[in-house]
Design a binder for this molecule. Structure first.
Ligand code: AMP
Length: 190
């Protein structure tokens, strides 16, 4: 599982890790965006919260993750991206997967000014699907929420001996190598 602020490169790195291990990349942001575009009954409210950069209610996100992890393709493992983001979400996850269900929680670290600059670049990027929550004011809100929630979430994993910090600066391939080394070491220890 990969923690870290918006703009840390979680999406890119989790997708590389998932491909490497042949397991699904489970991103709550992607699941929520898919729910919004499928236009179900809660999609308007979910879309409104996401567009404002607010976190969705724990129950909503936890139910979604629970359903996704119960799918056949996740039975051999998964890479979690953007979840858990609150302490109640950590608790729900540990109940879901059991005490040995997580190999490692990686805190992908980048300074906030770098994350902000990367998100500004993503905002300007052509030929990429635009994310409405990459608007400047919303990015500030997302980063602020992250800063408020990140420490207690990281601490919950640190207390369980599962947290490893990884430097998120550098070329994506270099960061990917650091992540792989950490995951491999964690799996060897199990
Ligand atoms: P992300 O793609 O991970 O940056 O998530 C985009 C948006 O989806 C966030 O700004 C939140 O509005 C929502 N979201 C994603 N993951 C969670 C989560 N674990 N808990 C609550 N809201 C979430």
């Amino acid at each position: 599982m990969v923690l870290g602020p918006p703009g840390a490169g979680k999406g890119t790195q989790c997708s590389l890790l998932a491909r490497h291990y042949g397991v699904p990349h489970v991103s709550t942001g992607d699941l929520l965006r898919a729910a919004v575009s499928s236009g179900g009954e809660t999609s308007v409210a979910v879309g409104r919260d996401m567009d404002a950069g607010n976190l969705l209610a724990d129950e909503v996100v936890v139910a979604m993750v629970e359903e996704r992890l119960a799918a056949e393709d996740a039975s051999g493992g998964f890479v979690l991206d953007g979840f858990p983001r609150t302490v109640p979400q950590v608790q729900s996850l540990l109940e879901m997967v059991g005490p040995n269900g997580i190999d490692v929680a990686i805190d992908l670290r980048v300074p906030i000014d770098v994350a902000t600059a990367r998100l500004a670049k993503r905002r300007m990027a052509e030929g990429q699907e635009r994310r409405r929550d990459d608007a400047e004011a919303v990015v500030a809100r997302r980063l602020e929420l992250h800063q408020a929630q990140a420490a207690p979430v990281a601490d919950a994993f640190r207390r369980r001996g599962l947290l490893v910090d990884v430097d998120g600066l550098g070329a994506p391939e270099e960061v990917a190598e650091r992540l792989l080394a950490v995951v491999e070491a964690a799996r060897r220890e199990r």
